[in-house]
Write a protein that binds this ligand. Structure first.
Ligand code: SAH
Length: 237
């Protein structure tokens, strides 16, 4: 390479680095605002969770054409009729589980992998089941690339949980169903917590927090939500 070519290449590289770091800084600021305005101001206090949500790069979990909306106060489409949940809902569900470092957590509905990444950032070991094959594969590849080896993704019907890895300290279901799947109750540890939206598809559902005590479930209503439905058909696409 001659000197002139080298200088041109070097200049292009420097410009690329400067633009990338300007974007990274912008996303850092948006993420801080998200945590402050959407999450802390609505009453979420768990410092480990807030710290995790400050760290996980949500803009890398949404389709490229939506990165500029990644930190907005809404769910966003991720393709195949599915969505990445609103940041506040991720925070509310995660905090309700009181998940700590070392917890073994089952997630039903991997989607983009964002919720799993937040749990892993707290220090949990996450087993996540996704019914749509391409979403399961894309999420696993993304999580590996971003450095979350403590998350395992499996393609299948999460209604049946992940029996080989049970029991779990916590279970988080990120799609709605009209009843509590018995295999999930079975796979929850004594003293463990499960958060799940229960209700009809695409209309108002109730977010329930269940705790297993002496083999029985106690429940707490966390409010109204709208989640995509839990599908009972494993999809190849
Ligand atoms: N937690 C996700 C959001 C999930 S949206 C995130 O952080 O991005 C709900 C997801 O549940 C969708 O990806 C949908 O395909 C998946 N899903 C629906 N029915 C399911 C089932 N029976 N088992 C596992 N995943 C299911």
């Amino acid at each position: 390479m001659n000197k002139k070519n080298f200088i041109t290449l070097f200049t292009v590289w420097i410009i690329f680095v400067l633009i990338s770091s300007a974007y990274a800084e912008q996303y850092d600021q948006e993420r801080q605002l998200m945590v402050e305005k959407q999450i802390k101001q609505r009453g979420v206090v768990d410092p480990q969770l807030l710290d995790a949500m400050l760290k996980v790069p949500r803009h890398l979990f949404v389709p490229e054409n939506l990165t500029s909306s990644a930190y907005s106060d809404t769910p966003l489409p991720i393709g195949y009729g599915q969505t990445i949940s609103q940041p506040y809902i991720v925070a509310l569900m995660t905090e309700s589980l009181q998940a700590k470092k070392g917890f073994k957590v089952l997630e039903v509905g991997t989607g983009s992998g964002y919720q799993a990444a937040v749990l892993a950032q707290i220090g949990c070991q996450v087993f996540s089941v996704e019914v749509i094959k391409i979403l399961a594969e894309t999420a696993q590849e993304r999580l590996n690339r971003l450095g979350y080896p403590e998350i395992s993704v499996r393609w299948g019907d999460g209604y049946f949980g992940w029996e080989e890895e049970a029991p779990f300290d916590s279970i988080i279901v990120t799609c709605a169903i009209d009843h509590l799947p018995p295999p999930l109750i079975e796979q929850l540890k004594e003293g463990g917590k499960m958060v799940i939206p229960v209700g009809p598809p695409y209309s108002l559902q109730t977010l329930w927090l269940f705790t297993k005590e002496n083999g029985q479930l106690t429940s707490e209503n966390l409010g109204g939500v709208i989640f995509v439905p839990l599908l009972r058909e494993v999809r190849q696409e």
